[in-house]
Design a protein around this ligand. Structure first.
Ligand SMILES: *Cc1c(COP(=O)(O)O)cnc(C)c1O
Length: 414
């Protein structure tokens, strides 16, 4: 059997080296499992970073892809697209929104959401309201304006003057700090209901409610980035549905296409009133192939019982992780998150990258995030036996880390 470390050379790659890629390549996927090029089976608790929402190669989604693929892949948005009309209608019926605009990625969904918020203020007679308030630890994508919106200075450095119009790095979850940041130039507040890249950070329970109240009082828009937290990830279709309040605009991607590049931003009629014919566009966004897949994903996520099952499975996984943390206090400092958007806070002594390597040693995938957190974002379809298997592998990985720590202690004592 070929060693995956040997068979995937990164030194000779022609791909721009912006990722430090793990030395493994996958060839097939089914549900929560991946098969590598060397035939080994891997348990996927990352789902391509919350993308493979209904598992890899779900037959219903594959069928929709193949059927549509045989008929028509692409037509321009210059014409009617029934698959997109249907998906938009279903998203509107399931959410706060009146309109949907389809994109090909999360960052594009954010770009559209930001444009919509500013254009609303412009159309509403407040062209001076251009500033968007964003948070420390926030991640909204890698385009020039979404890095300017995000909370990570490293993503901005060297790319010339950051796009203007963002009031960045307001303390996440701190409503008083947000109030202090609002001024007469504020157009909107942009926030993830639960921060993903930031380390599965869950704000205080009333944070969204208080943001909504503040937005209403100051005539500014609440824009939610549900690219990671949406499409059932937290046990509701969207994470805002836990809060009892609704946004004006929302960005979606990742899980909506289950791996097919698809995103969207959604808006109320009022917040979208500036976005008239000619104000925005996309060549691929919402094409027949992408939206046929999106509809198939939605069939599964909206099927009776699916979201309740995600919530129940999330609770079970959280309980099992708490037991794992009890068994490995030298490695795990705590558990965070909601539904199947969970994080293991790893002790400072253990870089989360080291844990991810140890977990890979057990042929399992988890995703590092900021604050030294390992994200667990399995397919929403994960079953109890796969959770059992995942716990065994995480347990062995933690034991490996502990052996490493003990060896280091031994060296120091010498
Ligand atoms: C992944 C992510 C994005 C960016 O999505 P891309 O498809 O990579 O452009 C934006 N916001 C959040 C919250 C994300 O998790």
């Amino acid at each position: 059997m070929a060693d995956p470390v040997q068979s995937t050379s990164t030194a000779s790659s022609a791909i721009l080296p912006t990722y430090a890629r793990a030395p493994v390549a996958f060839e097939r996927g089914e549900g929560c499992w991946l098969e590598a090029t060397d035939g080994t089976r891997w348990l996927d608790f990352g789902a391509g970073i919350a993308v493979a929402s209904v598992g890899h190669s779900h037959p219903h989604v594959v069928e929709a892809l193949v059927e549509q693929g045989k008929k028509l892949w692409h037509v321009s948005n210059l014409y009617q697209i029934p698959q997109a009309e249907r998906l938009a209608r279903r998203l509107v019926e399931a959410t706060f929104a009146d309109y949907v605009f389809f994109t090909n990625s999360g960052a594009e969904a954010l770009e559209g959401a930001i444009k919509t918020a500013r254009k609303y203020q412009f159309a509403d007679g407040h062209p001076e309201r251009v500033e968007i308030i964003t948070f420390d630890g926030a991640f909204h994508g890698r385009t020039l304006s979404t890095i300017a919106a995000g909370g990570n200075d490293k993503y901005i450095e060297g790319f010339f003057a950051p796009v203007e119009g963002f009031h960045r790095k307001v303390p996440f979850g701190d409503i008083e700090a947000v109030k202090a940041a609002v001024n007469d130039r504020t157009a909107a507040i942009l926030v993830e209901p639960i921060q993903g890249e930031g380390g599965i950070r869950v704000p205080p329970a009333n944070f969204l409610r208080e943001l909504r109240k503040l937005c209403d009082e100051r005539h500014i828009l609440l824009v939610l980035d549900e690219v990671q937290s949406g499409m059932g990830r937290t046990g509701k279709l969207f994470a805002y549905m836990h809060s009892g309040v609704e946004p004006d605009i929302m960005s979606v991607a990742k899980g909506i296409g289950a791996g097919f590049p698809l995103g969207a931003f959604l808006t109320t009629k009022e917040a979208g009133k500036g976005m008239v014919a000619g104000t925005h566009g996309t060549t691929y966004g919402g094409n027949p192939l992408a939206t046929a897949v999106g509809n198939a994903v939605l069939d599964l996520v909206l099927a009776p019982g699916f979201l309740d099952r995600v919530a129940r499975t999330g609770l079970l996984l959280k309980q099992r992780l708490a037991a794992l943390a009890d068994a490995h206090p030298a490695v795990i400092a705590g558990i965070r998150g909601e539904g199947l958007m969970l994080g293991l806070k790893i002790r400072d002594e253990v870089p989360v990258g080291d844990l991810a390597v140890a977990v890979r040693g057990q042929h399992m995938l988890v995703i590092p995030a900021a604050e030294n957190v390992a994200r667990l974002l399995p397919p929403l379809t994960i079953g109890e036996s796969e959770i059992d298997e995942g716990m065994k592998r995480l347990d062995r990985a933690c034991a490996d880390i502990e052996r490493g720590l003990a060896a280091k202690q031994g060296e120091k004592a010498q």
